[in-house]
Structures are given as structure tokens and as C-alpha cells.
Design a protein around this ligand. Sequence first.
Ligand SMILES: [Ca+2]
Length: 231
Amino acid sequence: MKTLPLALAAALGLSSLFASPAHAAAATACTGVTRCEVVSSADVDGDGKADSVGVVFTKPTDAGPGSITVRLRTATGVKSATTGKDVYWYGKAFFGAAAVDGQPGKEIVVGDLMGAHSEQVRVVTFRGGRLVTLASPPGFGITRPSRWAVDASIFSHVGIRRTVSDTGVVSVTRRAALSNDSATRARGTKSTWVWKSGTWVEKSTVTISCTQATAEGFEGWHVKGLPVYAG
Ligand SMILES: [Ca+2]
């Protein structure tokens, strides 16, 4: 094919052929990566600018577990990725983007382990220029200490709530209770951890005794920006 003279190309409205790379589609967390889905534009590194977050989900099969990779490309072009292995998750890989810890920037929450009525997720955060798994307080995970699990069934009730005090102190509270045989009341523990100097510090753990309705009310995630369950 002959090359069109520039003047003719312009006259035909083909000037876009000569557009500079600056006009090309902006690179995302998934640029150049197969089977990657852009799932969020949350500000992950905390600089106030939207970043690109992508997820690559290799689903579990009868042959074994899957994996979920979180990929990031920040507004300033920093790229990073982290992979959760031994994943048994059957919903959408991306659970949500929300502030979980007490540092600037949102966390990316993805699936990890899904049982009949329990759901365990991995919380990914940006530290030292890259994505890492945010450690959960001890006892928050089921199969791994770094995970966060909730449960919702007739007899088992587990939920996580995040609160921010008037002075900006971030806390996460885990309530876990088991029902009595008639499923009218439940007993368990309420454990609160405070974000301090880059880690979770235990504030209190107390025994709770409550009605079935109260126990059912604290099940799941109660964190601004996240759904209660993966569903
Ligand atoms: Ca950012």
C-alpha cells in the first residue's frame, strides 16, 4: 500500500494516524497482562491520585487450588503485583477497595477461602513502594494468620467492624459467637485492636452474651466501602 502524502491524510481526517503517544490510551494495571481485569481506580498509595488496580484470577478446580494476583499501576507509574496462592474462592475475585488500616491509601481486598458459610479474604496494602499482604490481628484468619474471616450460619456468627474515633484512631473489632442449641442466644468474644505505629495492637477482649438477632447483626464485614458478604 502506498503511503498517503501528509496533506492528503489530513484532508481525509486521518490526522489521528500521526497522533503522539501522549494521546494513546493510558496504561492500566493490566496493560500487557492476559486475563487481567481492571477492578478499581482507588488511591492505593495514598498520594491523593487515582491508581489503577487489576486482578488476575485463576479459579480453583477439582485438581487443586487457584490463585488471585492483585496488580497495581499508580498514577505516577509505579507498578507492583502480589499473588495469593492456595485460593479456594468461588465468587468474584475482587471483594472491594476500602481503608482498612490507619495509613493513607486504600486497601485492596480479594478472595482467599470460601466455605459453605464462611468467607476469608486477603487484604492487600501498599508499603515501601510495593503491594504486600496486610497482616490481620491474631485470630482473625482461619487457615492463615494473615487473613480475615467472617462467618454467617444459624449457629456460627463472626463479623468484623472498623471504626475511626473522633481523634482519628482506627480500630477493628471482631465479634465471634456460637448459638445455643435452640438458636435463641449466642455466646462468644469481642476483640478490639487499634492501629498504632504501623501494626495492630490489642486493646481489649471481652466475653459477650447476646440474643440470636444481635449475633446475626454483627456477621460479615462492616467496613465503609466493602460489601457485608462476597455473596
Ligand atoms: Ca495514588
